[in-house]
Write a protein that binds this ligand. Sequence first.
Ligand code: FAD
Ligand code: N01
Length: 543
Amino acid sequence: MTSNQSLEFDSIIVGAGFAGLYQLLRLRRAGFSARVIEAGDNVGGTWYWNRYPGARCDIESLQYQYGFDPDLAREWRWTERYATQPEILRYIEFVADRYDLRRDIQFSTRVTAAHYDDASARWTVHTDRGDAYTCRWLIMATGCLSVPKTPEVPGIDAFEGESYHTGAWPHEGVDFTGKRVAVIGTGSSAIQSIPIIARQAEHLTVFQRTPNFSVPAHNYLLDESQWQEVAARIAELRAEARTTSAGILGIELNDVSALAVSEEERRREFERRWAIGGFAIGGAFNDVAINLDANETAAEFVRSKIREIVQDPETAEALCPRDYPFGTKRLCVDIAYYETFNRPNVKLVSIRDNPIAEITPKGLRLQDGTEFEFDAIVYATGFDAMTGALLRIDIRGRNGLALRDKWEHGPRTYLGLQVAGFPNMFTITGPGSPSVLSNMLVSIEQHVDWVTDCLEYLRERDLAVIEAAPAAEDAWVDHVNQVADLTLYPRANSWYIGANVPGKPRVFMPYIGGVGLYAQKCAEVAANGYEGFLLSPEPALSR
Ligand code: FAD
Ligand code: N01
């Protein structure tokens, strides 16, 4: 559809997930004109697209919510420890209605290009409808996990049955009753959906390339008092979360080395945290993320749990992760994942040494020639994470510099907020910020608040251009890499490092220094007059 409109705003926000919606609200309240452009036909982002069975948050609902408005927290009642996708989506829709956000959102529209003009210090944003918006401030709230990735296997289009990707699930849902189903992948999306699909399908075959560490959710219904207590103290709790390492409260950190205690004591501590469920196990000892021997104790504990739960010893061994440290790929939080492999209608096929060679019209074939037939194939194969959504847009900064060229060897940013050479463009939870290593709601609010404060600061001083200084960006990129190298994280072939996308530069993308230290650094930068950024007036005025 082409409308060829020319539309001018102070700011364009790309994306109507948690980040884009809060950014819109903040800019509107600060008196900036703003338009959100969203590819989907409604709000929600992640929670609009990922409607696969079993989808839930893995940060507790009471923390995986906005914290900026105590009234909102009082008005919305979460029902479970880990909310389901439909409940989270209802919450986001409630937020959109409550603050009347939809009137400033252009739905069903994809941004295809964004070009900066030096002379006017403005961006022109092109869409797949033929619109050309212009704005001073371009805010990319495009999401870190918003570009679903299917495997590079021939024949995907030739399959005659039903095909689904967890990250682009049909809105009307899927009924697998009586069907022979394949799930490819064993990351968080697979681990959440497999138990539910297994209960529906006649038979389920899970194709696993790399086993994942998963811990039980121990989900439960929230009672009135739990919810009310958080609602009453939401602002204080959110401020406190911003000082923690992952933006999560309630994970007691045991400041002791895993190697400094006896085996019994270690086991007791891991057991206690396994019983609490969720990410509690992450705080068991202070050196699991940095010392390989300490890490191995956590890894072996989870393997022992897998062996306890899964009855068939061969399947149990195949489910045990061995070739990367515990926690260096995102830890999965499950409801009866390992138990599912005790069902007679579920089979695990390891494709580590025998990969999928081809998707055939009837199913798939492995490299050794083994053939399988299915009625449906579910690709739980993840995302082109963190940079994917940005690089799909033809973004050109100063002097026509393409972001794709600038990031040819991996993303480079200052604080994950701006890219040198791309003035007036901000990335919400961009690479180089804690982002996906944190409670995203905490990181999103911190970024949106910082960006809005920054734009107000510039307006008060008649400044029209802000751009990361190349030296500040270089120093930040070095710091991000140095901190990552102090940990075991870069040892895993994870999506954090781009390893799931063939040809993607191997760079550890999020900042692992912690939400608290990071937020403090951002605040200091702002307090020092936006140190490391180059600020200038309207180009016409400065001539
Ligand atoms: P998104 O929600 O991804 O929204 C980005 C939006 O931008 C999308 O709607 C997309 O359509 C739109 N967009 C992108 N490119 C364009 C374009 N070119 N033109 C127009 N529109 C565009 N994080 C946690 O902290 N805790 C959790 O429990 C958790 N659970 C998750 C579960 C799943 C299944 C997934 C996939 C992710 C989960 N995450 C979780 C991460 C999650 O992505 C963030 O928590 C959060 O929802 C991100 O919000 P966002 O607004 O930044 O991005
Ligand atoms: O994706 P993933 P995801 N052949 O990349 C496999 C968030 N999230 O959608 O590990 C065979 O983790 C791949 O194998 P390998 C969360 O941050 C949260 O599950 O590359 N297999 C892997 O097993 C999460 O980390 C929740 O060897 C192939 C799987 O597919 C992020 O989103 C729920 C393959 C992909 O796993 C992404 O999770 C869901 C191939 N060619 C998502 N290509 C919560 O619980 C890929 N794989 C809140």
